[in-house]
Ligand binder design. Sequence first.
Ligand code: ADP
Ligand code: ZN
Length: 199
Amino acid sequence: MDIVKANMGWIEVVCGPMFSGKSEELIRRLRRAEIARQRVQIFKPSLDDRYSNSEIVSHSQLRIDSQAVESAADIMQRIEARTEVIGIDEANFLGNGLVEVVTRLADLGKRVIVAGLDTDYLGRPFDPIPTLLALAEQITKTLAICMRCGNPAKFTQRLIASDDLIVVGAGGMYEARCRRCFEAGVTPEARQKTVSTEA
Ligand code: ADP
Ligand code: ZN
């Protein structure tokens, strides 16, 4: 996006597994926009209240103020006309309604930066990120480090026994894994671990 003339909006997507630096990258881009004195609004789903409801906090403790929203429609309602840059973290929790909202905001001339998981705990594309990738002007895929072998990791391994698509958590519940070490679904160790914790 090196040549952008006035009033052109666009969509940037930062995606990858947990621990890959999506929030860090989002915070870095938003900070730079703030330094450039642009008007910035930042959102995250209220579902993700692991650390704070009023801030995005990365696993490396970078933080930036944000507004918690219940839904994609909630973002649309809170947008102020003069806002120039919009950041949205954990976009995979906001559902397919986000596609229309993000498109509308970019069409209105705003720079929209979306971060989220591109695949779920089974390694399947995680809506709405795949659609947003297709619609975006610029995409970045971040990789983590595999906690088993140290290779580049593009998968999020669930370490607890649950078949629910959304289980919010970080420490001890998920880890980054490479293609070779990733085991889709609930592993026998995870089932064992959860059973023994419950006992
Ligand atoms: P994401 O938003 O993708 O979950 P964050 O931006 O919150 O990632 O955190 C990235 C930071 O997490 C890294 O800079 C590093 O300090 C830390 N980290 C912890 N585990 C890992 C891992 N397995 N691979 C890479 N970074 C990790
Ligand atoms: Zn590995």
